[in-house]
Write a protein that binds this ligand. Sequence first.
Ligand SMILES: Nc1ncnc2c1ncn2[C@@H]1O[C@H](COP(=O)(O)OP(=O)(O)OP(=O)(O)O)[C@@H](O)[C@H]1O
Ligand SMILES: [Mg+2]
Length: 443
Amino acid sequence: MVFGFLKETAMKKESLVVGLDIGTTRICAVVAEVPCVHRQEKRWLFNKIRRTDGLQDDKHNSSGSGINIIGVGKASSRGIKKGIITNIESTVDSIVEAVQAAESAAGVDIKSVHISISGVHIGCLSSHGVIGVKEKEIGSREVAHVIEAAKAVAIPFDREILHVLPSGFIVDGQNGITDPRGMAGVRLETNVKIITGAAASTQNLIRSCQKAGLDVTGVVFQPLASAAAVLTQDEKDLGVAVIDIGGGTTDMALYYDGSLCHAAVLAVGGNNFTNDVAVGLRTPAQEAERIKKKHGCVMISCIKGDEEIDVGFADGKLFRNIPRRHLVEILQPRAEELFGFLRDEIRAGGFQKIINSGVVLTGGSAAMEGMATMAENILELPVRLGRPAGFEGADDMKDDPSFAAAAGLAMYCAEESMSVPGNNGGMKARVKGWYEEAFKIFS
Ligand SMILES: Nc1ncnc2c1ncn2[C@@H]1O[C@H](COP(=O)(O)OP(=O)(O)OP(=O)(O)O)[C@@H](O)[C@H]1O
Ligand SMILES: [Mg+2]
């Protein structure tokens, strides 16, 4: 009865969960041990996972959550462009490679996984639900009903709901209520954010996993997973943006007052930087990727003196020296464009005033020199690099912003494994899932 289930020990002291981050450039499988807890203990546990300390350094010691990463497997991603599957067979091969690597690292058989999803097909819309309370006391059933009512919006048949995330409840006109259970009232309302995705894209991801011999127990919008690994509860309460700059896409999720208030995906990522370098320096894509990772920088002001770098010619054998400045002159405009798009997205929704804690960058491309400074200059907000935390194990990856989505996925999965017994994908289970999701964000 677990998500991303592998095995349960006879003593049921812990279960195992698996997050499978299916990215455009890399697939990463994370196996984590999660303690089996009684229902009363869950809120305590997730208060710990969701950390209220607000201190980044403390987060690295906050593994009191009990989540222990015991195996990580990675593989280059083939068959995916900008988050969309373009070749199922290649995707299946990459998934199998990553999962097998995680199986040998953890010493277990992987049967099912929670997967991440991204792509420009993802949409975010607002809705409102209202119900009458017959029993005069609000219980779990009423909460599930009001969330179901909020979900009753016209969604095209070719789209699917991925998440229903309430941003608080209103009881008899009194708003700002985070958990209405046990309260007296006759009218219960909620405002929700609904994350939707193209049904075909979601189904193709699920089908690829099934062809790789895996059951999919959950599909999580990528920046929500990244947020689980890098944000503190304080940041979510005060207002924060998590921006995951991957290989194919840049995903943004904004939080305020403890809940999601906006999400967006841009079709720009690290591959665009690589292509620019390949064209600008007339070098093969592989060499452009090497140069970008080794010498890349997006701020010309960071370049000291007459630094020079080696660039391979198209035949890959001959090298020539060029000033590093030339590389930065190619990368900087792309970064300016990217953060310009993000600034426009934030301003269009009037969100700049609520991002009081600033911006947290994740994703492999966030590691490029100058990205945080460039983001600060263009977004006019404080920016930090998101380092995944809140778990034991995988110590060598705690400084890697590209690991945030995969680690966060395992944490997301762990949370659901303890809160949604027996999610079999049926409507009842899905409503229960949305209901549990509602309380996850408030706990
Ligand atoms: N040190 C570095 N400097 C510059 N770019 C880097 C560095 N390390 C990784 N990258 C870039 O990060 C990208 C991969 O990041 P990540 O693993 O987060 O992407 P992904 O999850 O595969 O893609 P997506 O999330 O867009 O589907 C690649 O484009 C890679 O070139
Ligand atoms: Mg990614």
